[in-house]
Design a protein around this ligand. Structure first.
Ligand code: NDP
Ligand code: HSE
Length: 403
């Protein structure tokens, strides 16, 4: 019998209990082992839940119970979640989590502790919700030199953009729907300001390139600066706006990582990724491009990934399997400002000055635009070059075009 303790009985934690118990027979058939949710730790009681009798409020009970093999941390954040994770690992229990904030800030440290204690620390659900991505990247693509990881990594913002564009909902109404569906973070500014996608690209980059990358090292821009005017202009040139996290390996071994909204051509599979779906493209030297697609948030998709890790942890009780990467540092990241790409610009200023700066530039049109509004696409250049060339304009929105 594998005894599981779940910390945090919210959207994901309750999904984990449902999947583990609901698929009890199937999991036993597949693994030859029985799994049981022995404890659920939360600050509240859940008298109406079928799991209500297992709810406890004191972590010590879990920590001191030698029968508990796997602890599932679905509280979130880097506070008490970190403390409980460390205590569980020190007590010789494997820990499985969906908490990307904790993995992005402290993954290296926690992986080292898990290794020291000869237990597992697994986080498949921390990126891409239900999409299998950490194991495929770490394991199935391990024969490759990885050049780039790029993806739609946040379900809430993709859902908001889809609902605003497709159904004409306001930003606030679309966010409210995402919250009601259980997609958003406790503080949804983490979604809309790009911090959640930032944490995820940090984790992917660490797995892909082998060094810890800290969220503070990754320039991050969310979707709050994108307006319906930009959506219209993008549409007029056959492109969609998508919030992307990217991490590219440079020739000198450094990594350029950033999060920002991009214009993506309609012919790119990323452009067709809508609602809560995520997609992650990985470019390896042997495999070429591979893409992973699926539901990026929500109770059961995320629980699917968490439970697969619980099973994996149970399978590796005796024969160890360690996921690992090296400590980060100032030498890991290169600035995104020198990364060359075409740009979309919406600005105020003189069309004549623009034509002098960018000879041959074509202005984009949209219904209802003010006379002083200039919107256009540039050729490939760095952000630094763009700002130098167009110093005479007042930028309203500047987005990279994915090439
Ligand atoms: P929820 O807020 O729904 O669940 C967290 C639960 O933990 C709540 O019941 C909360 O209680 C409880 N809790 C808070 N503090 C404590 C504490 N000190 N001790 C015990 N329990 C506590 O969050 P989610 O389930 O949505 O997310 C959990 C984690 O998974 C987060 O890291 C999130 O980023 C991540 N994640 C979420 C996904 C999603 O689709 N929702 C998808 C992938 C990852 P109370 O509400 O009373 O504070
Ligand atoms: N808030 C996150 C999202 C949850 O919307 O993608 C999944 O990590």
């Amino acid at each position: 019998m594998i005894n599981v303790a779940i910390l945090g009985f919210g959207t994901v934690g309750s999904g984990v209990a449902e999947v583990l118990e609901g698929h009890r027979e199937l999991i036993t058939q597949r693994t030859g082992r029985q799994f049981r949710v022995k404890y659920i730790l939360d600050v509240r009681d859940f008298p109406d839940s079928p799991f209500g009798d297992r709810v406890i409020h004191d972590f010590q009970t879990i920590e001191q119970d030698p029968e508990v093999d796997v602890v599932v941390e679905t509280i979130g954040g880097a506070g008490v979640a970190k403390e409980y994770t460390q205590r569980a690992l020190r007590a010789g229990k494997s820990v499985v989590t969906s908490n990307k904030e904790l993995v992005a800030c402290c993954g290296h440290e926690l992986l080292q502790l898990a290794k020291e204690k000869k237990v597992s620390y697994l986080f498949e659900a921390s990126v891409g919700g239900g999409i299998p991505i950490i194991s495929p990247l770490y394991q199935c693509l391990s024969a490759n030199e990885i050049f780039e990881v790029c993806g739609i990594l946040n379900g809430t913002t993709n859902y908001i953009l889809t609902r605003m564009i497709g159904a004409g909902l306001s930003f606030e109404a679309a966010l409210k729907e995402a919250q009601e569906n259980g997609y958003a973070e406790r503080d949804p500014s983490a979604d809309v300001e790009g911090h959640d996608a930032c944490r995820k690209i940090c984790i992917l980059a660490a797995v892909a390139f082998g060094r810890h990358i800290y969220p503070e090292q990754v320039p991050t821009e969310g979707i709050t600066g994108v307006s319906l005017a930009d959506v219209d202009y993008a549409d007029s040139v056959g492109k969609k706006i998508k919030l992307l996290g990217r991490a590219l390996r440079n020739g000198d071994g450094t990594v350029t990582a950033y999060v920002a909204p991009h214009l993506v051509d309609q012919s790119d599979p990323m452009a067709g990724v809508v609602d809560v779906f995520n997609a992650i493209k990985i470019r390896g030297d042997a495999v070429g491009d591979v893409m992973f697609y699926g539901r990026g948030a929500g109770k059961l998709p995320t629980a699917s990934a968490v439970v697969s890790d619980v099973i994996d942890a149970a399978k590796h009780m005796n024969t160890k399997k360690y996921l690992d990467w090296q400590e980060g540092g100032e030498d890991v990241c290169a600035s995104a400002d020198s990364l060359v790409s075409p740009w979309y610009v919406r600005a105020e200023g003189s069309a004549e000055a623009l034509r002098r700066a960018l000879p041959g530039v074509s202005l984009l049109a949209r219904h209802g635009a003010a006379d002083s509004e200039l919107a256009f696409l540039t050729g490939p250049m760095s952000r630094t070059e763009l700002e130098e060339k167009l110093a005479g304009l007042s930028f309203r929105c500047v987005l990279r075009v994915l090439d």
